[in-house]
Design a binder for this molecule. Sequence first.
Ligand SMILES: *Cc1c(COP(=O)(O)O)cnc(C)c1O
Length: 500
Amino acid sequence: MLYNSTENKNEVVSAAQAIAQGISKDGGLFVPQELPVYTEDTFKSLLPKTYNERAKFVFSEFLTDFTAEEIAECVDSAYKVEKFGSECPAPLVAKKYNGNEINIMELWHGPTCAFKDMALQILPHFLTKSLKKTYDGKTAVILVATSGDTGKAALEGFKDVDHTKMIVFYPVDGVSPMQKRQMTTQKGNNVNVCAIKGNFDDAQTGVKNIFTTEEIIKLLNDNNMLFSSANSINWGRLLPQIVYYISAYCDLVNEGKIKIGDKINIVVPTGNFGNILAAYYAYCMGMPVNKFICASNSNNVLTDFINTGVYDKNRQFYATASPSMDILVSSNLERLLYKFSGNDDKLVAQWMKSLKTVGKYEVTEEVKKEITDKFFGGFCNDDDTKKTIKTLFKQENYLCDTHTSVAINVYNQYVEKTGDKTPVVLASTASPYKFSNAVLEAVAPEAISDNEFEMVEKLNQITGAEIPKPIAELENLEVRFNNVTESKSMPEYVKETLGL
Ligand SMILES: *Cc1c(COP(=O)(O)O)cnc(C)c1O
């Protein structure tokens, strides 16, 4: 299988190259030239398999330049019981919200308690193998812009991995105290963490610009290094996410909730559009889906886009209780637009240019129609996010985090509006303990304090929900990274850190 850039169809690369490079030279994102097609028989054959076996099957169709042994090594090193707590790293739990059953897919049982572990535990294995195939002997420099969860998951995935160095940038006031502590205490000799004065989009733009600055690329090259990316623009991040949707579909069949061929709805709390796009790719491959419900917080640029066809990032930016979704430029949308425009690289390049220069673009009528046909967009503010956590906890004695709560709230809006009761899989993207302050405000506001770990304890006492070990251990770790810089100084920071 070959991949090309969304902004230049003539740029054609192998899977290894797409993963090693992260982003295309023209600024476009790599997409598979065509997707494998799964029939009902394919799904039937996947039913008796374990999660890891399903993952190997899916990867073998996309990573055609990897051997079966290489793929097996990647999968078995990433999704271990010691790391994810069980043989299924993405278990489904059925809960009712206002009487409607929701199959909650808990994607946060990995080492950093957020769904990004699902991809970032395996990406380093994909990447080191890809580097060997394409740029043997070079060191990959991975720059990460994070709204909180990617940074920690990437650090944890890449710490002390040979031939890699990592620098993570996060918005100084844009992450939760727990997320900050997770990152600033990170271990590993090849990693560095820096706060920037700005928001997530500033960090992401800064990283994108460094990636395409000729002078720095040359400096790296002269020192036997090259840039790569662990952000969800990297195909190696997106691919592992396709697996859990297909696996969840199989699980629902095995549980007798649906029959092969039945449609499901999918709800995703969305930021950079990576997670929901992976679900959409699973649909394109043959997984039956009725609607994709794209849930946003007050930064509702995607809701407006789905409803109007106009993407406009010129708006107030809100720091919300679901910080990993505080994003105004959803990078992975570019891949969807490429698909919906019939692989029109020129048109996509034009829209992206317009986004960069005037912060806005409007898609064609045809693309608009494709979007509203398959996607429902909705949003909810912090008050409603907390109310939803409280209601779910009252009704089911089940605690969810703020991001998952946004999804539940928007799903509830969808059902009220449409009456559509198609069986649903909802992506639960973080442990509630990662956002104890907001979650505590929802279920027991009188217990709020200014000590993060005290609040974790309180939350545990009140709800009985188990505290994940990686969070319990954080309190005693030493802070290693205190750096803060202006977003415009990011290139200098990178050069200095790499000793260039
Ligand atoms: C990253 C993240 C999201 C958003 O996912 P995208 O793939 O960027 O849309 C949602 N919730 C949590 C907890 C996250 O960490």
